[in-house]
Design a binder for this molecule. Structure first.
Ligand code: G6P
Length: 367
């Protein structure tokens, strides 16, 4: 291919370092620098009057969609249904015509996502796709394409496409909120400022590489790892567990932190490290008390937080990675980066084929 590794050992490492740039480039397309307002391409329907959104995708793109659900519900007060495309395509959900079918895909070629799109089209939904490859099958069958400006992603395990997808979904939620009267002009300015702050804050995440390597040394010796998060940090935990499985072949499972007591708590001992994403914000103390329960059962806690949450967690966790504190709304974007970096560092220690893990394909074009 024409894309080189620019001196990095793997494409995954190179692409991880592209997070700040792709977030910036993606936002640039959707935010007017003069007014600092979100400007979507012209839509052939009115976002203010869609009765609900149905979000579907596969793999990491699905987890981006889960974060998008928090935003569309919380910011735009839009009811959202979400499922993986391989389920959605056979679910036959009752949908009111004129709803929003929202697809997310890096490649634009995933067979299940395409089939789910056609199902939504048949149910008269407006099709909006968040795509990295804008010349793709899903693009051709969509009413509107919102591009992620991530550039070619070569590593089979997706990294930079994820934060680019989140950048688009955040802008979509803000625009929908404005049109639906749930986001004031003032709040839009604050949210846009928080988004535009992300590229520089994302660059600072890489300063945490030494602490992430310390975590990797613990995780690389484990057979099973439990990832925890609440709210919009739950999909971040899911993404972390997926990435770890994909590139290091270590079994990882992500749970909503509050659900731990209904099952995975029975697994906890010194041999099953717990990787938790706990940014400061309204759910911080709730998650901390879940971690205390885990700690009391002998669990080794490896925690991702921000500078504001770090102090509280230092006495509790074995390793704390504190990245910059940002607006609570944008924190899942930033928290994803160290979680993906951890998977990469573990894969290096395990000596796996990082860019081309066994049995996986970059784009799954068959069912
Ligand atoms: C494959 C890749 C994943 C990706 C998923 C969805 O499984 O290995 O990294 O998240 O497909 O791909 P898409 O191109 O639709 O985002």
């Amino acid at each position: 291919g024409s894309v080189g590794k620019d001196g990095y050992r793997h494409y995954m490492e190179k692409e991880l370092h592209e997070h700040p740039v792709v977030i910036g480039q993606t936002l640039q397309r959707l935010i007017d620098p003069a007014t600092r307002r979100v400007v979507l391409p012209d839509l052939p329907f009115d976002l203010a009057s869609v009765p609900r959104a149905v979000v579907t995708a596969c793999g990491s793109a699905f987890y981006a969609g889960m974060i998008g659900r928090y935003w569309l519900e919380g910011i735009a007060r839009l009811p959202v249904d979400i499922d993986v495309a391989s389920e959605m395509r056979y679910r036959d959900p009752p949908l009111t015509p004129g709803g929003l079918g929202l697809l997310i895909s890096q490649s634009g070629e995933t067979a299940d996502t395409l089939a789910a799109l056609r199902g939504m089209r048949a149910r008269q939904q407006h099709i909006v796709s968040v795509l990295n490859v804008e010349q793709s099958t899903i693009a051709r069958e969509s009413d509107v394409v919102l591009g992620t400006v991530a550039g070619p992603e070569i590593s089979v395990a997706s990294t930079k496409a994820f934060t680019a997808q989140l950048s688009v979904l955040a802008c979509l939620a803000i625009a929908a909120g404005r049109l639906r009267g749930t986001v004031s002009a003032e709040r839009e300015q604050e949210m846009v400022a928080a988004l535009l702050d992300l590229p520089s804050r994302a660059s600072e995440v890489f300063d945490q590489a030494p602490a992430i390597r310390e975590m990797a040394a613990v995780v690389a010796n484990a057979r099973d790892v439990l990832y925890l998060g609440r709210g919009s940090s739950f999909p971040v935990a899911l993404e972390g567990a997926l990435k770890l499985k994909e590139v290091s072949y270590i079994h990882a499972e992500a749970y909503a932190a509050g659900e731990m007591k209904h099952g995975p708590i029975s697994l906890i001992d010194q041999t099953v490290p717990i990787v938790a994403t706990v940014p400061s914000g309204p759910l911080f103390e709730k998650t901390v008390s879940n971690l205390q329960e885990a700690r009391a059962r002998g669990g080794r806690l490896l925690v991702f937080t921000d500078t504001k949450g770090a102090e509280r967690l230092r006495g509790l966790a074995e390793i704390v990675v504190a990245i910059p504190t940002v607006d609570e709304f944008t924190s899942p974007v930033l928290q994803t980066i160290p979680v993906q970096m951890l998977a990469y560092e573990v894969a290096l220690l395990k000596g796996t084929d990082v860019d081309q893990p066994r049995n996986l394909a970059k784009s799954v074009t068959v069912e």
